[in-house]
Each structure stands twice: as structure tokens, then as C-alpha cells.
Write a protein that binds this ligand. Structure first.
Ligand code: CU
Length: 248
């Protein structure tokens, strides 16, 4: 095997770039596009998100090396048809078992995070909000206010979902018509709203601020306008708000 210096340099450069990308995206040095603690969901999901990318990066770099190595170092040197080999049992066992282990590990941590996120506590949450998805907007009913006021949005008038900071909220999710997806990207949460089935989720918003929300299931003509805004306020402001909303 004849080593081609420029090919080797290219491979080293590619390897360095890949490692640098992984290192700068490591849990300690970067957020991977999401905050680790803006909601109770992020606390469960963020590490999984980062480690999934690291696993994907390692597999990607390893696969690239396996592809590039023969490209650079086993180029055809004469017209002779190369020797053909097959049925290498140890190699075949390795490339069956290793991906299986990778998928099993990812599955284990995903199932663990998912069961935490969808867990509903026996002790009722401090607040309950009923979310109703409609073509093409949202209705939010604040069940813990005496009057149970409902806020209804339209594609032109984006509704606001007000949440109390640091207090767990129980959500009942329904749909009026077709399948929609209740999605707050920065909270790393989405759950489908299904006609005829009520889904439940509980989480706590940890930081005061405003966060975009959307529908993430293609639900018809104005799907892209099915937006809402999440406004996280102090518990006192939340109480004031839900008791001041006009009853619809
Ligand atoms: Cu929708």
C-alpha cells in the first residue's frame, strides 16, 4: 500500500474538523441549540439531545473514515480485477452487533426520558389548563380560575398561553377536528392533540419570558399560521391574569 501524503493530509484535516465540531458541541461547552433548564422537560431531554448528537458524530466520523480509507489508499493501480472476499463472519457479526448496541442504548435513554416527561403525578398539579386545537388556532381554558375563562385565537390573532413560573401546570390536550401538534420548541416539548382522545402532560416553566409555540402536525390549509405565544410570568401575575380574562 502506497501512502499518498496529500490524501493523508486531507483525511487528518477532515478528522480534526469532525473532532473539533464534536468537542465544541459537548455538554460542558455548548447548549446544542436548546437551554438545559428553561422548562422541566428540558431538564430531562437536554442531555439526551446532546449525547444523541455525540453518538451520531462518532458514528458519522467512523463511517466517513471507512468510506474514505479505501477511496484514498486502495485506488486501482492496474487493470487486474481485485481479489474478491466474502463471508467474513467476525466482521459481519461486528457490524450487526455494534449497531444493535447503539440503537439499544439510544432506545433505553429515550424511553427513560419519555416516561419521565409523560409521567402524571398522583398529587394534582397546582394549575390545570385545557388546550383545544382547532383548524387553525388554539383555545386555552384556565381551569383553576373560578370562571374558567377561555382564550380563543385565530390565524390573524395569535393567542397567548400564560404560565406561572416555577409552578407545575397540568395540560389536558384535545382537538376539535383533525390531528394537531402542541409544540413549544424552546421547551423541547410536543404532544399530539387528537380528536376524541384527551392527552395529558405536566411541566413547569422555569424562566420568565416569551416563547413561540406552534402546531407541528400538517393539519390543513392554514397550518403554518397555527401559532401561539407562551408568556411565562410570576405566579402573582398569573393569578391576576386568569382572573381578569373575559369569559368567552
Ligand atoms: Cu394544526
Amino acid at each position: 500500500m502506497r501512502l499518498n501524503t496529500s490524501a493523508l493530509k486531507t483525511m487528518v484535516a477532515l478528522g480534526t474538523l469532525a473532532v473539533a465540531t464534536i468537542v465544541t458541541q459537548s455538554p460542558a461547552s455548548a447548549s446544542g441549540g436548546f437551554s438545559p433548564d428553561v422548562s422541566s422537560v428540558n431538564e430531562n431531554t437536554h442531555a439526551l439531545w446532546i449525547w444523541s448528537w455525540i453518538a451520531a458524530g462518532v458514528v458519522g466520523v467512523f463511517t466517513a473514515i471507512l468510506i474514505l480509507w479505501p477511496v484514498f489508499f486502495h485506488r486501482k493501480k492496474n487493470e487486474e480485477f481485485p481479489r474478491q472476499t466474502q463471508y467474513n463472519v467476525p466482521v459481519e457479526v461486528a457490524y450487526t452487533v455494534i449497531p444493535f448496541i447503539i440503537v439499544a442504548v439510544l432506545f433505553f435513554y429515550t424511553a427513560k426520558a419519555e416516561s419521565k416527561i409523560t409521567h402524571i403525578d398522583k398529587t394534582p398539579a397546582a394549575h390545570t389548563i385545557h388546550v383545544n386545537a382547532i383548524q387553525w388556532s388554539w383555545q386555552f381554558t384556565y381551569e383553576d380560575a373560578a370562571a374558567k375563562p377561555t382564550v380563543t385565537g385565530t390565524p390573524d390573532q395569535t393567542p397567548v398561553l400564560v404560565l406561572p413560573v416555577g409552578e407545575k401546570v397540568h395540560f389536558d390536550l384535545d382537538s376539535n377536528d383533525v390531528v394537531h401538534g402542541f409544540w413549544i420548541p424552546e421547551f423541547m416539548i410536543q404532544m399530539q392533540t387528537l380528536p376524541g382522545v384527551t392527552n395529558h402532560i405536566e411541566f413547569t416553566a422555569n424562566k420568565i419570558g416569551e416563547f413561540p409555540g406552534r402546531c407541528n402536525i400538517l393539519c390543513g390549509r392554514a397550518h403554518s399560521q397555527m401559532l401561539f405565544k407562551v408568556k411565562v410570568v410570576s405566579p402573582a401575575d398569573y393569578e391576576t391574569y386568569i382572573n381578569s380574562v373575559k369569559v368567552a
